[in-house]
Design a protein around this ligand. Structure first.
Ligand code: 1CP
Length: 319
């Protein structure tokens, strides 16, 4: 959950000297260093590769920029023709620096610390490719999916195919766990959720299994509420990353019976710190701590988070 984010001064220092955000993503030596920074500082049990879900559209030839204090901006794909013009010819070649980062990180980690590779789920990546930026309702992508489902299917199938290649190459380079981020899974009606969220993730999981990759896969259908139940069985993921809004008793009863669960502390509680944080961490551990469980946030850590609060949190969980 963006452990190497802007809340760490040592990250901001490297970020300031690295050029653009994408320059940093494609600089193996620096990307490996920022991946390792939070592990060195806090002793987490796992590291997540420093990269972004949007290197995939970039590797397909779409124009992608990250604007300071604003987030990602892409040249939006307006119609089926723009989708069909994407090119996968140099896809893996383009991402070679990411695989080199994975190799360097693995070499720099103690063997007991797991390395997590990742990609965005096709739906979430498509919302950025179609809309050109993050949006609270993903209106552009939902609109295109209703207006021209055939074109949207072409894009989804392409993203499934390249995501399988991308994840397999991360594992070949040293990633041991994979997470598929469907951060914008929460705004679709049942039928569309099945078609654009569940089915593509199922296809990715079965695609990597067919290529002999047996690394555990964590799914993150953020905001999908009751649809979390059934998501693991339908997609084949081995773990579920639970967002902040999922009730703990629902997670314990409906999800943890079948798979490992991860989550779901509100990142804003970590900004706030103090008793409210301590109480909530105790609650989470009381309800989920006995089953297969990875303590984590329910979404990405925010830049305003005081690093001392992270240290306190970890000490509490370890105790
Ligand atoms: O610890 C890490 O830094 C891990 C690397 C990582 C991951 C797993 C980054 C670095 N981004 C992501 C995933 C990611 N990127 C997701 C899925 C998880 C989530 O929901 O947060 C999404 C939706 C993105 C897209 C993205 N990239 C956004 C969100 C914009 C929006 O629509 O709200 C932003 C702000 C970025 C930039 C970014 N990516 C990562 C970092 C550290 C940053 C900040 C940029 C900077 O340093 O200037």
């Amino acid at each position: 959950m963006r452990q190497a984010g802007r809340y760490l001064p040592e990250y901001r220092e490297i970020r300031a000297g690295a050029g653009s955000f994408l320059d940093l993503c494609y600089n193996p030596e620096l990307a490996a260093r920022v991946t390792l920074q939070p592990i060195d500082r806090f002793g987490f049990d796992a590291a997540i590769l420093f990269s972004d879900i949007l290197v995939v559209p970039h590797a397909l030839g779409q124009k992608v920029d990250f604007i300071q204090n604003e987030g990602p901006v892409l040249e939006p794909l307006g119609d089926g023709d723009a989708i069909r013009a994407l090119s996968r010819d140099r896809f893996l070649e383009h991402l070679a620096p990411v695989f080199e980062t994975v190799r360097q990180v693995r070499a720099g980690l103690e063997s007991k610390v797991a390395l997590i590779g990742f990609c965005g789920a096709p739906w979430t990546v498509a919302t950025y490719m179609i809309g050109g930026r993050g949006s609270p309702d993903q209106a552009a992508a939902r609109g295109l999916a209703y207006r021209d489902p055939e074109a949207f299917q072409v894009l989804t199938d392409l993203l499934v195919e390249v995501s399988v290649e991308y994840l397999c190459a991360q594992v070949a380079a040293g990633a041991q766990v994979l997470q598929i981020f469907d951060s914008w899974a929460g705004n679709l009606p049942d039928g569309e959720f099945e078609r654009w969220c569940v089915e593509p993730v199922r296809a990715i999981v079965s695609g990597i299994r067919a290529k002999g990759v047996d690394a555990p896969v964590i799914g993150f259908p953020r905001g999908s509420g009751p649809a979390y139940a059934g998501y693991a069985a339908k997609t084949g993921v081995n773990g579920l990353s639970c967002d902040t809004s999922l009730p703990l008793d629902f997670i314990a009863r409906e999800l943890q019976r079948d798979v490992t669960v991860q989550g779901n502390l509100d990142p804003l509680l970590l900004v706030n710190g103090g008793d409210a944080l301590t109480r909530r961490v105790d609650e989470i551990l009381a309800v989920l701590g006995e089953g297969p469980f990875i303590f984590n946030l329910g979404h990405g850590i925010v830049p305003q988070t005081p690093p001392e609060h992270v240290a306190d949190l970890i000490a509490q969980v370890r105790r």
